[in-house]
Design a protein around this ligand. Structure first.
Ligand code: RIB
Ligand code: CA
Length: 313
C-alpha cells in the first residue's frame, strides 16, 4: 500500500528533483497534492515551477495549490542568487498547461488532513514552514492526525547557510518553524548536517544526463545552474543536494542516521535568528520533539535517485 504524502515546497531546483523522485515512485508513494510556499523565490514563480515539474514528470493528475505568499511575521527573504530569477533557471521548461487549484494551499492541508483517517498522511516540507504553521493555527487538531512530518531544514553540527547560525528554510520563517516544532507532530528533520554530505559531483550529474530521457537532461540542467553559488562558496567537489533527501528518507530510511532529541528554534536573537538548537547529547530534560538526522549514505542516495529518475519520461 503506497504511503500517502503531501509535498509543501518552494521550487527551487533541488525541490524539483525531490518532486520528481516522489513522482517516479508510485509503488511506494501516493502523492496526494503539492502545495507551493514563498521561499526560494516569490509564490507565483514557485507555484508555476511546481506545475512545470509535474508536467515534466508526465503525472498530470497531481494537483498543485498555492499557499502563503510571505512568512507569518517577517518580510520574505528569497534566494534568487542561488536559484535564478524564476527559481528554476537552467532547463527551458514550457509554461505549465495544468491549472493551479483554486483552493488555498493551507485550506487544502487542513481539509485533507481532517477528512483522512488519522495517521495516514505524511507531510514533506521542502521550504519555509509557513503553510504548515498557518494550518496548525487554523486547525490545531491536525497535529494529532499527521502520520509524520518530514522537514528539510535546520542545521546543528554543520552550522547555517543563510547566516552563520541558520539554515534558509527555517530562517525565512522562524516563527512558523517554532509553532511546528512545538506542535507535538511526529517530526523527522533532514538538516544541512545530512544534505552537505550529498554532493552533486560532476560524475553524479553526468549520470543524470546519461539517462537519455528528458527528465535526466532537465535535472542535469537544473543542478548545473543551481550548483554555481555553492561550488564557489564551499569549494567542494559538488554542491550539496538538499530536498531530495526528504523523499529518499521515505523510500530508504536506512540510508540515514540520527536520534530523537529536543530541537528548539531561536526566534528572538538577531544574531542567531532561525537557528535549530538541537540538544543532540541530551544535556537538558527538554522533550524529544524531533528525530534529528545527522548523517547519510551519499552513494546509496545517488544510486536511488538516479535509478528512479530513469523511470520517468
Ligand atoms: O537550505 C536549503 C533549502 O533552502 C532547500 O530547501 C532549498 O530549496 C532552499 O529552499
Ligand atoms: Ca526548497
Amino acid at each position: 500500500m503506497p504511503r500517502k504524502i503531501i509535498i509543501d515546497t518552494d521550487p527551487g531546483q533541488d525541490d524539483a528533483v525531490a518532486i520528481l523522485l516522489a513522482l517516479a515512485s508510485p509503488e511506494e508513494l501516493d502523492v496526494l497534492g503539492i502545495v507551493a510556499v514563498a521561499g526560494n523565490v516569490g509564490l507565483h514563480h514557485n507555484a508555476n515551477n511546481a506545475r512545470k515539474v509535474v508536467e515534466l514528470s508526465g503525472r498530470l493528475e497531481i494537483p498543485v495549490y498555492a499557499g502563503c505568499s510571505r512568512p507569518m511575521r517577517r518580510q520574505l527573504v528569497t534566494a534568487e542568487h542561488v536559484h535564478g530569477d524564476t527559481g528554476l533557471n537552467g532547463p527551458d521548461l514550457p509554461d505549465p498547461t495544468i491549472a493551479l487549484q483554486a483552493q488555498h494551499g493551507v485550506d487544502y492541508l487542513v481539509e485533507t488532513l481532517m477528512a483522512a483517517e488519522p495517521g495516514t498522511i505524511t507531510l514533506c516540507t521542502l521550504g519555509p514552514l509557513t503553510n504548515i504553521a498557518m494550518a496548525l493555527v487554523k486547525e490545531p487538531r491536525i497535529a494529532e492526525r499527521v502520520k509524520e512530518l518530514v522537514i528539510m531544514g535546520g542545521a546543528y553540527f554543520e552550522v547555517g547557510n543563510i547566516t552563520p547560525a541558520a539554515e534558509f528554510n527555517i530562517y525565512v520563517d522562524p516563527e512558523a518553524a517554532d509553532i511546528v516544532l512545538r506542535s507535538g507532530m511526529p517530526i523527522t528533520i533532514l538538516p544541512l548536517d545530512v544534505t552537505h554530505m550529498m554532493q552533486s559531483t560532476p560524475e553524479r550529474l553526468a549520470a543524470f544526463q546519461a539517462l537519455g530521457n528528458r527528465t535526466g537532461q532537465a535535472v542535469y540542467d537544473m543542478l548545473s545552474f543551481s550548483e554555481g553559488f555553492d561550488l564557489q562558496k564551499y569549494g567542494w567537489a559538488g554542491a550539496p543536494l538538499h530536498d531530495p533527501t526528504v523523499i529518499a528518507y521515505l523510500l530508504q530510511p536506512e540510508l540515514f542516521e540520527g536520534r530523537r532529541c529536543n530541537v528548539t528554534i531561536e526566534t528572538a536573537s538577531e544574531l542567531t535568528l532561525g537557528m535549530t538548537v538541537a540538544d543532540y547529547w541530551h544535556v537538558t530534560d527538554k522533550p524529544h520533539n524531533a528525530t534529528f538526522l545527522r548523517s547519510g549514505n551519499a552513494e546509496g542516495f545517488y544510486a536511488l535517485l538516479t535509478e528512479r529518475l530513469a523511470r520517468l519520461p
